[in-house]
Write a protein that binds this ligand. Sequence first.
Ligand SMILES: O=C(O)CCC(=O)C(=O)O
Length: 285
Amino acid sequence: MVCTTPSSQELLSCFRDDGFVILPAFFEPEVLAGVRRDVQEVSDEHIRKLLRDGKITNAFENEPFETRLIRVYQECTEHIPTTFRPELHKPGMFGLFFHPRLLDLVEQILGPEIRLFPNYSVRPKLPEDAATLVLWHQDAGYTEEMNQDGQVAEARMVNIWSPLVPATVENGCMQFIPRTHKLGIVPHVRKNEFYLQIIDEYLAPYLDQAIDMPLNPGDVVLFSNLLYHRGLPNGSSASRWSCDWRYQDSTQPTFRKEHGHIARSRSQPAAVVRDARHWAQLSFV
Ligand SMILES: O=C(O)CCC(=O)C(=O)O
């Protein structure tokens, strides 16, 4: 059975047993509105740059959020963005990444020293775009590739995924394989310029246990950085917009060159990102 809306006592056992927890209708409409406003701004800025650089001739200003980038990129199929990341230092994103009720839950899992890990994205997953076809992986597999000193296995992390449009099997929702977080870090192989994949010997025995993760805007799923997961291909005619981000016990190193941003700390309260304006002044690097 999938753990949906657990009580606070159940949260920890669901996360430990299954490797993930779904919280439907978790984010308030005003939080979602702030994120959508920022993401629309990011998308506008991106399109304006394409216009300035002479890559496109039409900004499709009246096209809906779900289809605008698709129309824009009909003229310019190279450089379709797979993720937005440094662009996310905007006030509305603070409401999502530093959401107090979410951080309360994360604190139950990680304890009181929490960092927003330097890997946060908004994905405008365009239809039939191979560059957005995220293969079966553990997030720890990517971190391990960057830092092979064996410490990544000890990383204490919670991953978060939440869509900005309904995420369905057709438009490329996530798939998880419950309980695979208990296998530790398994070997991955680089499949292409963009993505790693778990090697077949470690993947095939579990594939028949894969489950679809259709979610609606406002829903959120918390999952282990060791859980096997992937994003299905987008076979629809609209973009599948989503946000994914991660928290880590900030007493640990990030295993990356970036330091991330402190979301909660009892030992160093002055280091915590204060508010939306402070967040907007900071940067990814
Ligand atoms: O959004 C997707 O399709 C994949 C995202 C993912 O793999 C992640 O958040 O770790």
